[in-house]
Structure formats: structure tokens, C-alpha cells
Design a protein around this ligand. Structure first.
Ligand SMILES: *[C@@H]1O[C@H](CO)[C@@H](O)[C@H](O)[C@H]1NC(C)=O
Length: 177
């Protein structure tokens, strides 16, 4: 390879990897995009990830949660390994779960929760909505909702009114016949 070719490759690699998060190692892929390896770095929070990240390895860290929307700017992201982390599986992990459910559903069975109590040791993919917890909103049985009772009372009153009105009209028109 001519010297300028080698220099060009070096420049491309340097350009691509200059955004590499500090504790991780990165490799530019031939197909553009970045391989970002953050395995076993003791991370407790996600590092700032370059937009052209394609493969992201976060296994074997101390991650508890992923902020909602954390991967939204990574349009090329294809691989996401988040195994061997002490995930706190409450409603705030719904983003990660939905992300994996959409793209790598099989991976969900290898991502285990470390807490809270109800979810400990369970794979993230096996948690029900109830175990994952709500983010402030509550699922309520429809018959327990006062709004629905009120609707029914209104409908019953309207029907009763209609019956009374019909009876009244009938009573008024009767003597005329
Ligand atoms: C996990 O990472 C630690 C360093 O944080 C390392 O010592 C250990 O060997 C790694 N374990 C696995 C299974 O990769």
C-alpha cells in the first residue's frame, strides 16, 4: 500500500475513534460506524456515546439504570450487550426493555435484574408490567373508576327521562282519542 494510503487509513481511524468515551476502547469499522467496547470498566453510568456507535458492549459493569432516551441519538446502533450488570428493574428501565424488545428480543432473557426485591434474579424480559412497576400512573379495574359510574348514572337518568316523557305524551294524547 502506498504511504499516502496508509496515512489516509490512519486519519480515518483517528477521526472515527477520537470521540471514544474515556474508559472504553473503540475500533472504526470498515463499513463506517464504531465498535465501542466498555466491558468490565466498573461503569456506574453510561458514558457519552458517539453518534456513529454501531456495536456497544457494556457487559460486566455496575450499571443500575439507563436514562430514558439514552440510545435515541445512536441511529446506527445494532448490537447492545448489557449483560452482567446489577440492573434495578423498576419502571425507569422500561426504555431499555422496549429498546431490546424492538431490536433484540432474545437478548432480554440474558439481562438479569439485581433489584428490587420482586424482580431479583429474573430476566428483564420476563417481568410483567406489574413487577416492573408503574411510573406514577396506575392501572385500575374499569368498574372501580368513578368516571364510568357517573356515565352510567347519566345514561340511566336520560333513559328514565325518556320513559317519563313518553308516558306523559301518551297520557296527554289519550283523552283526545
Ligand atoms: C469483569 O470485569 C472485571 C473488572 O471490572 C474483571 O476483573 C473480570 O475478569 C470481568 N469478568 C468477566 C466475566 O469478564
Amino acid at each position: 500500500m502506498p504511504a499516502w494510503g496508509a496515512l489516509f487509513l490512519l486519519w480515518v481511524t483517528a477521526e472515527a475513534t477520537k470521540d471514544c468515551p474515556i474508559p472504553c476502547t473503540c475500533r472504526a469499522l470498515e463499513t463506517m460506524g464504531l465498535w465501542v467496547d466498555c466491558r468490565g470498566r466498573g461503569l456506574t453510568a453510561l458514558p457519552a456515546l458517539p453518534a456513529h456507535t454501531r456495536h456497544l458492549l457494556l457487559a460486566n459493569n455496575s450499571l443500575h439504570s439507563v436514562p430514558p432516551g439514552a440510545f435515541d441519538h445512536l441511529r446506527q446502533l445494532q448490537t447492545l450487550d448489557v449483560t452482567q450488570n446489577p440492573w434495578h428493574c423498576d419502571c425507569s428501565l422500561t426504555y431499555l426493555r422496549l429498546w431490546l424488545e424492538d431490536r433484540k428480543p432474545e437478548a432480554l432473557l440474558h439481562v438479569h435484574c439485581a433489584s428490587p426485591g420482586l424482580a431479583t434474579h429474573l430476566p428483564l424480559g420476563q417481568l410483567t408490567g406489574y413487577q416492573l412497576g408503574s411510573c406514577g400512573w396506575q392501572l385500575r379495574a374499569p368498574w372501580a373508576s368513578p368516571g364510568i359510574w357517573w356515565d352510567r348514572v347519566l345514561i340511566a337518568m336520560a333513559a328514565l327521562g325518556l320513559v317519563l316523557l313518553t308516558g306523559l305524551l301518551y297520557a296527554i294524547s289519550e283523552p283526545l282519542n
